[in-house]
Write a protein that binds this ligand. Structure first.
Ligand code: DAH
Length: 350
């Protein structure tokens, strides 16, 4: 029986050595150590042995069992190590490979213009004010010297929500709000940029567009004059659009200013020579402006005998077109990524 056990050990060790993978190793394990395995069945026959032989055979078979188990475990560890090694090799990361590019968004040109205008005016001591887009007739028109039935209301086709509420047609409404909110009636220097809405239905106008409004009010003795307005708008246009831009003031009419001016800027496309963009005139109308009308001051709590000032307003899309040389306003609304991504690093190039 001893011989038989040693024979089993020899065969088992041989087969363990030959095993190529975990599966065949397991088969060897079952064959020798399993419930019906060769070593197990030998142990079952121990009952037939003499009492002297029993411990000898018992010890031997336990020893052999231990040896086989150890050989199997060693082999299994070897397989595990190989598998791990293979996995590590297969999964090596090549850090020299180029990464996947992350698509970054970029600021819309109109938002860039807003930020730049705000920075510029803040540097000149202005406050940045916000007002509601859903506005009342009172603030959008009446307090700006445009009573109901005033013919100049026709200049701005409006989206009325009720008889009283409308989507603001101009950021000028924030002029009235700022004056009225300033209960101390101290001097004002403010700008307000934001969305405005008009009922436009032709191909070259959008129902929603951006405006920026500026208002300066100070004591009469400080003499805020047309010269200050002119100087301010010159700094504004030249800083924002380019130092070679030229400005032209044309007398005009706005209900909230008297006198009123429209300001033209030399065409960015042809530099004032005349092209299809400026309709061969060399100029493009950019701003509305003027000296704040005494009625507006009065209606919003400022005594026109004591206070005076200027106001101006302009369209943000038009400024963005000038600044970036965009020939068609529709690009600003289309949200075409090919267009928008061009403004990614524009600032540095200008
Ligand atoms: N609100 C005017 C518009 O939408 C623009 C404007 C003109 C604003 C003259 C002003 C101003 O403050 O003084 O056409």
């Amino acid at each position: 029986m001893q011989k038989q056990i040693l024979e089993i050990k020899k065969n088992a060790i041989e087969e363990i050595e030959k095993a190529q993978d975990a599966k065949s190793l397991n088969e060897v394990k079952i064959k020798y150590l399993g419930k019906k395995g060769e070593l197990t069945s030998i142990l079952r026959g121990m009952g037939a042995l003499s009492p002297e032989e029993r411990p000898i055979i018992g010890n031997l078979s336990n020893e052999v069992r231990g040896d086989i188990e150890k050989a199997i475990n060693d082999k299994q560890n070897k397989f595990d190590k190989q598998a791990l090694q293979k996995k590590i090799e297969e999964e090596t990361i090549d850090i020299t490979l180029p990464g996947t590019k992350i698509k970054r968004g970029s600021k819309h040109p109109v938002n860039r213009v807003i930020e730049e205008i705000e920075d510029l005016f803040v540097s000149m001591g202005y406050d940045v004010i916000a007002g509601p887009e859903l506005e009342t007739d009172e603030f959008c028109f009446e307090r700006l010297n445009l009573p109901k039935g005033h013919p100049a209301r026709d200049m701005q086709d409006s989206f009325y929500i009720t008889n009283e509420y409308l989507l603001r047609t101009q950021t000028s409404s924030v002029q009235a709000r700022t004056m009225l909110a300033n209960t101390e009636k101290t001097p004002i220097r403010m700008i307000c940029a934001g969305k405005t809405y008009r009922r436009e239905d032709d191909a070259t106008h959008s129902h929603q567009f951006g405006q920026v409004e500026g208002l300066v009010i100070d004591k009469k003795e400080r003499n805020v004059s047309l010269a200050d307005l002119k100087g301010t708008l010159e700094v504004f246009v030249k800083k924002l659009i380019g130092k070679n831009s030229e400005l032209r003031f044309r007398p005009s009419y706005f209900p909230f200013t008297e006198p009123s001016y429209e300001v033209d800027v030399s065409c960015f496309k042809c530099n004032g020579k005349g092209c299809n963009l400026c309709k061969q005139t060399g100029w493009i109308e950019v701003l509305g402006s003027g000296i704040v009308h005494p009625n507006v001051l009065k209606m919003n709590g400022y005594n026109p005998e004591e206070y005076g000032g200027f106001a101006f307003g302009t369209g943000l899309e038009r400024l963005a077109m000038f600044k970036y040389g965009i020939p068609d306003m529709r690009y600003l609304y289309a949200n075409d990524i090919r267009f928008l991504s061009q403004f990614d690093r524009k600032e540095e190039e200008i």
